[in-house]
Design a protein. Structure first.
Length: 98
C-alpha cells in the first residue's frame, strides 16, 4: 500500500502533465492562469472528490476534459476584473438581455 505522501505526489505529477498539455494547446490559459496555483487547486478538488483509486482509474482524456472545464471556469471568473465601471455596466446590461 502506498503512503499518503507518495499517492499525493503521484496525483500532482499526473495533474501537472495534464495542465501542461492544456496550456500548450490553449495559450490563453498561460496568460491568465497561474500554473502552480491551478495544479494545487486541481489536486485539492480531486482529492476531496475522489479516492486515490478512483482518480487513478480516470482515463487521461477524461482527466484532461475535467481539468479543462475547471480551468475554463477559473478563466471565466476573471472576466471583468479589469473593467472600468462603465464597461462593467455595459457587460451587466448585455448579460441581462440574454
Amino acid at each position: 500500500m502506498l503512503s499518503t505522501d507518495i499517492r499525493q505526489e503521484s496525483m500532482v505529477k499526473r495533474i501537472e502533465q495534464i495542465v501542461s498539455v492544456i496550456m500548450e494547446e490553449r495559450p490563453i490559459y498561460k496568460e491568465d492562469i497561474d500554473y502552480s496555483e491551478m495544479v494545487t487547486h486541481l489536486a485539492e478538488v480531486f482529492k476531496k472528490a475522489l479516492s486515490f483509486e478512483e482518480f487513478n482509474n480516470i482515463s487521461d482524456e477524461s482527466l484532461k476534459n475535467r481539468c479543462s472545464s475547471i480551468m475554463s471556469l477559473q478563466l471565466l471568473a476573471t472576466i471583468g476584473d479589469d473593467f472600468t465601471p462603465e464597461q462593467m455596466a455595459i457587460f451587466d446590461e448585455a448579460i441581462k438581455r440574454k
